[in-house]
Design a protein around this ligand. Structure first.
Ligand SMILES: Nc1ncnc2c1ncn2[C@@H]1O[C@H](COP(=O)(O)OP(=O)(O)OP(=O)(O)O)[C@@H](O)[C@H]1O
Ligand SMILES: [Mg+2]
Length: 450
């Protein structure tokens, strides 16, 4: 049989203590008792308890001292007993890390129920942490915040794939965490201590793609004043991430395929090929199979990089991840901005979960950081949420945008880029989108430097 749960009962009222003890012992718990603060402190210092039932008004001090002292050690394992009229104190106790509070006189059935609930909660949390630990053990994977089963399955698979040398194609909508996943795969692979070179295929102008990827010899073209190794040679013995591979021009695709098949790179105007040993990861937010069908992506290259595939589902298809991510980013934003925003009301949480998040985790992260930067403190209610979340419209993400809207967007992006002298990092930060999204927008809206 399982060991009985050990509870420390801190209560100065002897008859009450006695009756609670008897009742809990009959229900299968093991009980230790303390009648005052000093004794309880000593016991807590000496032993480990599964739960502490704590009266707050004690003859030699206030039970709150125990919370201050042991909250870190006993987080969520302290249940406060409170006389009527001190609900506010009880709420304060919960803020300090107590699990729950019970009003005196204590109804035995309610006490039993509260204990069961608390132990279930603690069990669930530790299951979740074990699972996280198991997946997170591999370097890099600990950066993922998730709760959904699909993500936990996906990350488990990814960790297994990481150990192989096969190419992996990571697909998913914008902002779902493709790059984060690629970094985790690299970090936990045997090449983890070698370089990970990320190449954004959408950002290289077509006429430079070849020299950028495979390098060139001095004098290969005007302005080639010295030899340049190219990304493939830089990534040798490590991993190369071909981000947004769907954007790679067809003629470069052919050259890439040759490199992948021969394991050799020939820089522009060089007569010598260099052997490379490279793990290839590719990411795309396009449906590459469809791109192949439309003749925009080479089938042979597709099969070469598609040895293993990982698809990260959009956030709206794994809503269980939304609140953990909200809490995670709010915590980070609070730290970064030295704020105390929160807690988030139940109603607001419901709306956050119901929203479709077309920009996925990135949109969620930006929303929280923007909100925090705006200076909010204290509880967060629905009135603090953007209108679009308060009045959700069906499938806002799939709406076709009007040409006028596209024009406005184009002008705006053009202006910001111009202001940043076409520094993409700066402009992306000013626009609040990722660099890769910016590159994509620039291509999509045909923005040119004036
Ligand atoms: N499960 C997650 N837990 C914590 N952070 C995440 C998670 N998923 C994504 N992020 C964060 O969200 C942001 C966007 O992720 P990332 O850049 O990897 O997305 P992406 O799929 O590559 O997007 P794009 O297609 O636009 O390039 C990053 O800041 C990343 O760290
Ligand atoms: Mg990306």
């Amino acid at each position: 049989m399982e060991n009985p749960k050990h509870i420390l009962l801190v209560e100065d009222d002897a008859p009450l203590r006695e009756s609670i003890r008897k009742f809990l012992e009959r229900s299968g718990y093991r009980i230790s008792e303390s009648s005052g603060l000093a004794e309880a402190t000593r016991r807590l210092e000496q032993g480990a308890f599964d739960m502490v039932l704590l009266d707050l008004t004690l003859p030699d001090g206030n039970g709150m001292d125990i919370l201050d002292r042991f909250a870190a050690l006993y987080r969520q394992r302290i249940m406060v007993l409170t006389g009527t009229g001190s609900i506010e104190t009880a709420v304060l106790a919960m803020k300090k890390g107590a699990h729950d509070f019970l009003q005196k006189p204590v109804n035995p059935d309610i006490l039993l129920l509260a204990l069961q609930r608390a132990f279930n909660y603690i069990q669930e949390r530790s299951d979740c942490q074990n699972l996280k630990k198991e997946i997170g053990d591999a370097a890099g994977f600990d950066k993922f915040v998730f709760q959904s089963e699909v993500m936990s399955d996906l990350l488990r698979t990814a960790r297994e794939y990481a150990a192989t040398t096969h190419s992996i194609l990571i697909s998913g909508e914008t902002g779902t965490g493709k790059e984060l996943l690629a970094q985790a795969i690299h970090a936990s692979s045997r090449r983890g201590n070698r370089p990970l070179i990320a190449v954004n295929c959408a950002s290289i102008p077509e006429h430079l793609a070849e020299s950028e990827l495979f390098g060139y010899k001095k004098g290969a073209f005007t302005g080639a004043f010295a030899d340049s190794p190219g990304q493939f040679i830089l990534a040798n013995h490590g991993t190369i991430l071909l981000d947004e591979i769907g954007e790679l021009p067809l003629n470069i695709q052919a050259k890439l395929l040759r490199v992948l098949e021969n394991g050799e790179v020939t820089p522009l105007k060089s007569r010598m090929a260099t052997r490379v040993d490279i793990r290839v990861l590719a990411a795309t937010n396009k449906d590459l199979e469809q791109e192949v069908q439309h003749g925009r992506f080479r089938a042979d290259l597709f099969y070469r990089i598609d040895e293993l595939k990982l698809h990260i589902p959009p956030l709206r298809n794994r809503r269980a991840d939304i609140l953990p991510l909200v809490d995670h980013f709010l915590h980070l934003a609070n730290l970064a901005n030295a704020r105390e925003s929160g807690p988030i009301s139940g109603e607001a949480r419901r709306l956050l979960t119901a929203y479709d998040w077309p920009g996925n985790v990135r949109e969620l992260k930006n929303a929280i950081f923007t909100f925090s930067a705006a200076g909010h403190r204290g509880p967060i209610g629905i009135e603090h949420l953007p209108l679009k979340m308060r009045h959700p419209r069906k499938s806002a993400s799939n709406e076709r945008r009007s040409p006028a809207l596209a024009d406005m967007e184009k002008d705006h992006i053009q202006r910001i880029l111009q202001q940043a002298a076409f520094n993409y990092t700066q402009a992306a930060a000013a626009l609040g989108i990722s660099r890769s999204s910016l590159y994509r927008k620039v291509a999509e809206l045909r923005i040119r430097r004036k």
